[in-house]
Design a protein around this ligand. Structure first.
Ligand code: ATP
Ligand code: MG
Length: 239
């Protein structure tokens, strides 16, 4: 469904990605792991159209989408939950969710149904729907950020470090929510630094290092933690 083919990209004259290749099959849950500053967010931004590739391609269902602007990609079903649990702090939980459906704001009945479905999935958001988002806990903000993306009715969701800076119990809740999204039929690309969490829920993992994929493997295919650490922290390379 999503293919990233030899992606070279960066900011200004600084190259960050040096030929990244990734594949996320329809209905799959693929994790992209890597340390700080290795190019994980840059990869996601290139996929949704916020960073322009210098070389290579992003293909959705076999079609190159590099010429398509970010808003149109969102309308095509591609949605990103950005890093850092960003929410509109001065707006209520519900207003934040409605922002996610802004591009189809005339579809009142559809939006009401989608709100119901997000509240059904994240019960705490329903309880706190009138509360300003700035008052939420980290876990609630992450749920809100995911909920806002869901309001855009994506078919493919990219999540950028949803478990970061959360207590283990909340990480588990987020992991379960992600598995729930998969059951819903969404195709998922999960960026994580929490290797344990990613191995628990993903079916395939990539490790990025220095803007290149250093390791990839099917989960359950006898991934040796030690080997993974070695690729993760440096030393070994893919080819
Ligand atoms: N807007 C920007 N302008 C210039 N450089 C940037 C910009 N955003 C990121 N970078 C740099 O690009 C490199 C890769 O950043 P990126 O955000 O992709 O890393 P990451 O793997 O997501 O890291 P982290 O786990 O810390 O979020 C870093 O060196 C970062 O400083
Ligand atoms: Mg990042």
């Amino acid at each position: 469904m999503l293919k990233v083919d030899n992606l070279v990209a960066g900011y200004g004259r600084t190259r960050i990605l040096h030929g990244v290749n990734l594949h996320v099959p329809k209905g799959g849950l693929v994790a992209l792991l890597g340390g700080n500053g290795t190019g994980k967010s840059t990869t996601l931004k290139a996929i949704v159209g916020l960073v322009k590739p210098e070389e290579g391609q992003v293909l959705l269902d076999g079609q190159p989408i590099d010429a398509i602007p970010a808003e149109k990609r969102a309308a095509m079903g591609l949605s990103m939950v950005p890093q850092g649990k960003e929410v509109f702090a001065a707006m209520s939980v519900e207003e934040n969710l409605l922002m996610g459906a802004y591009h189809r704001r005339k579809d009142r009945a559809g939006i009401a149904a989608d709100l119901e479905s997000v509240y059904g999935r994240f019960k705490r958001l329903r309880e706190r729907r009138k509360v300003n988002a700035g008052m939420l806990s980290g876990g609630e903000r992450q749920m809100l950020s995911i909920g806002r993306s869901l309001m855009a009715r994506p078919t493919m969701l990219l999540l950028d470090e949803p478990s970061a800076a959360l207590a283990p119990r909340i990480v588990e809740e987020i992991a379960e929510a992600i598995l729930g999204l998969r059951e819903l039929g969404l195709t998922l690309l999960l960026v994580e630094q929490n290797v344990g969490m990613a191995l628990d829920i993903a079916d395939y993992i990539y490790v990025i290092r220095g803007g290149r994929i250093a390791y990839e493997r099917t989960v359950g295919d006898g991934i040796a933690m030690e080997e993974l650490q070695e690729f993760y922290l440096g030393g070994k390379d893919h080819e």
